[in-house]
Design a protein around this ligand. Structure first.
Ligand code: SAH
Ligand code: SF4
Length: 347
């Protein structure tokens, strides 16, 4: 929500300054559904606020719950009619993580990703990013007491570092104790390998987790899979990752989506291991493997045993590996499946 506009309006009306704090706390701490629910405010003021201001800059259109109940996907209509999606994930019992979008579509255009297929429409504003989290906060508050968003991952539609300024504003608001108050270590940003963004991020947000979507260490294959590789080839990416580790003393999460016939063989695992070692010692990385999620293209996920074998092989070499659970496949809410509703017919 746009609190600055609201603040100016309250001031003009001569309302006492503490009103802003009351409203902020009602929305960001109690996650009230609307102004009407802020009982601390005088009734006429509540009514006027409700008529003049919208708590959310996006309009929820559809909310789908996965069969297992561990993923919920919402599509939102923005003020200019564009549509984005956001997902609420339950990674462990009662631990809720929100996956946010940062752009309408994505200009990187990875051919295996549903978001990339439509290209970039526009950047989201900081408010449009944080309002996705506000929406899920309200959703959880309605579901039951004590339920709240514990983490945020920037892994929805869009390449976060191609919209760096808005992402930076959103990160500040998410971790601000006066707003969402989510610890920076519970927030992760995933990039397709924007080397320049990684360097800036290292300086400005050393506590926020960084994930790099690598998928392959073969330059030619990566040029096709992640076209941004032409701008930031593996050598440049490696240097940025090295610098990130030096500056932050953190770990990097490497995302690796396994696709049959492309990057899922034992030799690919060995190449990945060799490449990582040229960047920094193995202990600085966690490799998140994810079996490709269906998006209607020509790519296929390898058999489950093959994913396991890929993981085992890397572990045998001493790497720390996780096989990412794919949540929300049945609601097309899994990684890479997010695309605006008006695209659905084309998938
Ligand atoms: N643009 C950023 C963040 C959003 S994508 C990035 O690419 O990192 C979030 C993750 O989902 C990325 O690791 C991306 O490579 C992965 N992904 C995209 N399409 C996928 C698919 N069809 N199956 C599995 N993972 C996919
Ligand atoms: Fe964009 Fe990430 Fe999808 Fe590539 S995988 S098209 S960078 S959202």
């Amino acid at each position: 929500m746009e609190l600055t506009k609201l603040e100016a309006w309250l001031k003009e009306k001569g309302e006492p300054h503490f009103r802003v704090k009351q409203i902020r706390e009602a929305f960001y701490k109690k996650f009230v559904p609307g102004f009407d629910a802020i009982t601390a405010l005088p009734a006429p003021l509540r009514g006027e606020l409700a008529r003049r201001f919208r708590p959310l800059s996006l309009e929820p259109e559809q909310v789908l719950v996965s069969a297992a109940g561990d993923a919920v996907k919402a599509s939102f209509r923005l003020k200019d009619g564009e549509v984005i999606e956001s997902v609420l994930l339950s990674l462990a019992a009662e631990k809720w993580t929100v996956c946010v979008s940062t752009q309408v579509g994505c200009g990187v255009r990875c051919p295996f990703c549903a978001t990339g297929r439509k290209g970039l429409k526009r950047n989201l504003s900081p408010e449009e990013i944080t309002d996705q989290v506000l929406f899920w906060g309200q959703y959880l508050a309605k579901e039951g007491p004590g339920r709240r968003v514990g983490g945020v991952v920037f892994m929805g539609m869009g390449e976060p570092f191609m919209n760096y300024n808005a992402v930076s504003e959103a990160l500040k608001k998410l971790s601000d104790p006066d707003y969402f108050g989510i610890g920076q270590r519970h927030i992760s940003v995933s990039t397709a390998g924007h080397a320049q963004g990684i360097l800036r991020f290292a300086r400005e947000f050393p506590q926020v987790n960084l994930a790099v979507s690598l998928h392959t260490v073969d330059e030619e294959v990566r040029d096709k899979l992640v076209p941004m590789n032409k701008l930031y080839p593996l050598r440049k990416l490696a240097r940025a990752m090295e610098e990130y580790l030096r500056a932050t003393r953190r770990q990097i999460f490497i995302e690796y989506a396994l696709m049959e016939g492309l990057n899922a063989e034992e030799k690919n695992a060995r190449q990945l291991y060799e490449w990582i070692k040229t960047v920094a010692p193995l202990k600085y990385f966690t490799i998140n493997l994810i079996a490709y999620n269906e998006t209607g293209g020509k790519y296929r996920a390898p058999a489950r045993e093959k994913v396991k074998a890929f993981a085992d092989f890397l572990e045998m070499l001493g790497a720390s590996v996780t096989i990412r659970k794919s949540l929300g496949n049945d609601i097309r809410g899994a990684c890479g499946q997010l695309a605006s509703a008006n695209l659905k017919g084309k998938k």
